[in-house]
Design a protein around this ligand. Sequence first.
Ligand SMILES: NC(=O)c1ccc[n+]([C@@H]2O[C@H](COP(=O)([O-])OP(=O)(O)OC[C@H]3O[C@@H](n4cnc5c(N)ncnc54)[C@H](O)[C@@H]3O)[C@@H](O)[C@H]2O)c1
Ligand SMILES: N[C@H](CO)Cc1c[nH]c[nH+]1
Ligand SMILES: [Zn+2]
Length: 429
Amino acid sequence: METFNYSDLSKADISRLVQRNVDPANEIRDLVEDVIAHVKQNGDRALYDYAYKFDKVELTKLYLDKAELTEIAAAVSAEQQEALQIAYSNIYKFHKAQIRPEDKVETMPGVTCWRELRAIEKVGLYIPGGTAVLPSTFLMLGIPARIAGCSEIIVCSPPQKNGKVNAFIAYVALMLGINKVYLAGGSQAIAAMAYGTETITKVDKIFGPGNQFVTKAKTIIQSTTTTAIDMPAGPSEVLVIADRTAKPAYVAADLLAQAEHGIDSQSILVCTSESIAQATLAEVERQLQILPRAEIARQALDNSYVIVTQNLNEAMDFSNQYAPEHLILATENWKEITDKIINAGSVFLGNLTPESAGDYASGTNHTLPTSSYARAYSGVSVDSFVKKITFQHLTEEGIQNIGPSVEILAEMEGLHAHRNAVSVRMNDK
Ligand SMILES: NC(=O)c1ccc[n+]([C@@H]2O[C@H](COP(=O)([O-])OP(=O)(O)OC[C@H]3O[C@@H](n4cnc5c(N)ncnc54)[C@H](O)[C@@H]3O)[C@@H](O)[C@H]2O)c1
Ligand SMILES: N[C@H](CO)Cc1c[nH]c[nH+]1
Ligand SMILES: [Zn+2]
């Protein structure tokens, strides 16, 4: 990891450092556009072809049903079941609390406006399964979808080498009451859920993280079909702000936790203490020696860096420009700086709060905007699975109160039919 001094960086240096996931030659876009076109035209046949090409599996069927999932899930041990149950319960509690009825508002006497929630009917959940299979992501998407009350939940995950999903994915499907999992990964799965195939239903909105192929496919189908997406949730990233009180072993562990996701992950350390920064880098090297996924993490760390700042204000200023998916404040006085956070997907406060807690089980959602999209997007929540429909009702008093203003406003825009829709009611004595 290269180290920079914040005070030596120009504006151009900073914009280069905060930029990620660029596809300058449009190689990923071109490939993904081809995949989408092939799925759109050939449906299931294309999914079989891509499972063979990208996942190296010759499938005979594109999904697993309840009986097959039950058989596969039997391999989950009692201890693993308990851990999944604790995660389920905490995620459920945190997300359930997000549903609150809103008040009706009388904006003028006789004019009442309000909003009501309605679940999105057909949703598609993408559960990554390339470099690591992520049953935790299934909980993070399936629980809010269930709480919202979505009537059809389509789940796609890449087939493993045996042409199935692993036992944890199967177990979580059953926990969520989902009786079918489709064996499709990457951009082809996104295309299948956006266009529909003989086997897979077209959905209204696609959710879930994934690698650059998945994320690119989501951003393309968002503008070319009527299927919406949650957000661009691409390769994982973390930015740790550390001061002189941070523990190098903890900070190094957090940097490695995101680096091990994939070679395109990014882990950034922004540190107010040169000596803590150096000690953290030494710790990273030490911990890498015993990490099974060290090769992946090393490659991710090659795209990562350390910035030494003079104070926490500079550190926060850089973090806000980077807009990290995960922000960890490994600082003594984190309470004094949280209000300076402008852009971040999810925040972890103090030395005892590892990002892994949020990845798995504290309750918050781990499907979060990456690649600086945290500037404008929030992570997945129950809100992501519902529409908020506005309603209004006018009484006789209401139409008389609001009518004259609407007549003038319609006149200002030269829209006489609009004016008339109010006038006929006001004057109907
Ligand atoms: N932002 C978030 O909220 C969040 C949450 C969890 C995971 N993640 C990220 O999700 C990603 C998961 O990636 P993954 O690769 O492990 O699994 P994945 O399921 O996203 O991708 C695997 C699929 O990619 C396709 N693929 C692989 N190589 C390809 C190629 N050369 N051309 C076309 N398609 C190809 C294959 O079809 C394969 O099934 C990681 O980067 C992880 O960091 C992000
Ligand atoms: N850190 C990932 C989000 O970027 C989520 C995850 C799943 N499993 C472990 N981690
Ligand atoms: Zn993670």
